[in-house]
Design a protein around this ligand. Structure first.
Ligand SMILES: [Zn+2]
Ligand SMILES: [Zn+2]
Ligand SMILES: [Zn+2]
Ligand SMILES: [Zn+2]
Length: 415
């Protein structure tokens, strides 16, 4: 990791904490239960296996996030690995409200195999907390029932020789160019295929009626007229590359690079770290102290999970992602209740094989993305992404994988 920016980020975070949590300065650290004897579930007594951690960093240059640089990134628009055969039909919509999903993050995770020379995992979610609450019931559904999810994960992979990129590694100096252009994207979200045309100017392109009407209300009502009389010829508008695509939506999340580092690099200074972790994790309940957040957890197991979760996170409190594939490390669950058993994780819907835990997204991410603290704002404790262990080819470019979303507790969010 670049130490300078790391330090900067750390300083900034502390600044945020001081300005937003003035009242909590005298707050006691969470009471960590030292007695392990009832703990048959976690390996608290063993030295835990380190994970690979992901951190947010502001991209130094825009091109770092272009698809030809194979970025791990969050916010903004996705850098589609296969820029042509994007998810379509109902697969890019929230299974509950039917609105197009918003891009959360993508992780570049190639596997040393010809078919997975390039490999990217994408996470999308609906902005509605109502949908996420209903999603909680959907994620328990098993075949033959088809769950309607508001959080979706897609996997895309390409061999080294492919139509979209050079077989040589990118130079990552801004000079890399993709081979060919991608699909035309929606003018509003810049995320999904824009295969619906504005019937008036025949230039505006949208993924859905919803985004067409949002663009119309925003400013297309006026620009539509101008486009109609200007000499711009719709037929000139071939596929645009992501980098030149203007996105009208102002509700996309801010963009970050995700940089990775090994957890074993981070050792302690627990006192300061713990306070920072607390401030980040509890950002969702700004007027509640940690003690009252602990109070809502039903049993000792939840309290113990929460304390352990905090203790692990405190080693590197700015982490937003924990990557596990190919390690024996396992996700850490903030809450003990509402975590899946092995049987709750479905089989790969393409090859029927097992899914393995690929990575875990932490709630600190909501803080960085500037998600509000309102009662109906998006909020979750963790999202764990499971992907096909064999990383099979499947029948489509973007294969839907599985996300397990854990909320803090149903009682805090069902109001
Ligand atoms: Zn929804
Ligand atoms: Zn759209
Ligand atoms: Zn128009
Ligand atoms: Zn599979």
């Amino acid at each position: 990791m670049d130490m300078d920016t790391d330090t900067d980020a750390f300083v900034k975070l502390k600044g945020v904490r001081i300005s937003s949590l003035d009242d909590d300065d005298d707050q006691e650290p969470v009471n960590i239960d030292d007695e392990d004897e009832n703990d048959d579930d976690d390996d608290d007594d063993e030295e835990p296996e380190p994970a690979t951690l992901g951190f947010f960093e502001k991209p130094k240059d825009e091109w770092m996030l272009y698809r030809q640089c194979f970025p791990s990134k969050a916010g903004g628009v996705p850098a589609w690995l296969d820029p042509v055969n994007l998810p379509s039909g109902r697969s890019f919509m929230c299974g509950i409200c039917g609105e197009p999903l918003q891009f959360l993050l993508q992780v570049y995770a190639p596997i040393e195999k010809e078919s997975t020379f390039h490999r990217m995992l994408y996470v999308f979610m609906c902005l509605s907390m109502k949908c996420l609450l209903r999603d909680q019931h959907e994620q328990w559904k098993r075949l033959p029932e088809k769950p309607s999810r508001s959080v979706k994960v897609f996997r895309c992979q390409l061999p080294r020789i492919n139509p979209f990129y050079s077989s040589e590694p990118p130079k990552c100096d801004g000079s890399d160019k993709p081979s060919g252009s991608g699909a035309v994207l929606c003018d509003w979200c810049g995320t999904w295929k824009g295969d619906k045309l504005c019937s008036s100017c025949r230039i505006g392109r949208y993924c859905s009626e919803k985004h067409q009407s949002m663009h119309w209300r925003s400013d297309h009502k006026i620009t539509c007229q101008q486009l109609k009389i200007s000499s711009v010829c719709a037929s000139n508008r071939m596929g645009t590359s992501v980098e030149s695509h203007k996105v009208a939506s102002n509700t996309l999340w801010p963009e970050f690079s995700i940089i990775i580092d090994d957890e074993s690099e981070y050792n302690t200074d627990m006192c300061e770290g713990n306070a920072l972790a607390t401030s980040l994790i509890s950002r969702n309940k700004n007027d509640e102290t940690m003690d009252s957040l602990l109070g809502i957890f039903q049993g000792d197991d939840d309290k113990k999970s929460w304390a352990y979760f905090q203790e692990r996170i405190a080693k590197a409190p700015e982490q937003v992602l924990r990557y596990y594939r190919n390690t024996s490390a396992r996700p850490i669950w903030p809450v003990s209740s509402g975590r899946p058993s092995k049987l709750d994780i479905p089989k790969c819907s393409y090859c029927g094989g097992s899914l393995c835990c690929e990575f875990q997204i932490l709630p600190q991410l909501l803080y960085y993305l500037g998600v509000d603290n309102e009662a109906d704002s998006l909020d979750w404790a963790t999202i764990v992404v499971y992907a096909c262990e064999a990383s099979c080819e499947g029948s489509v470019a973007y294969k839907e994988e599985y996300a397990w979303v854990q909320l803090y507790s149903s009682s805090t969010t069902l109001r």
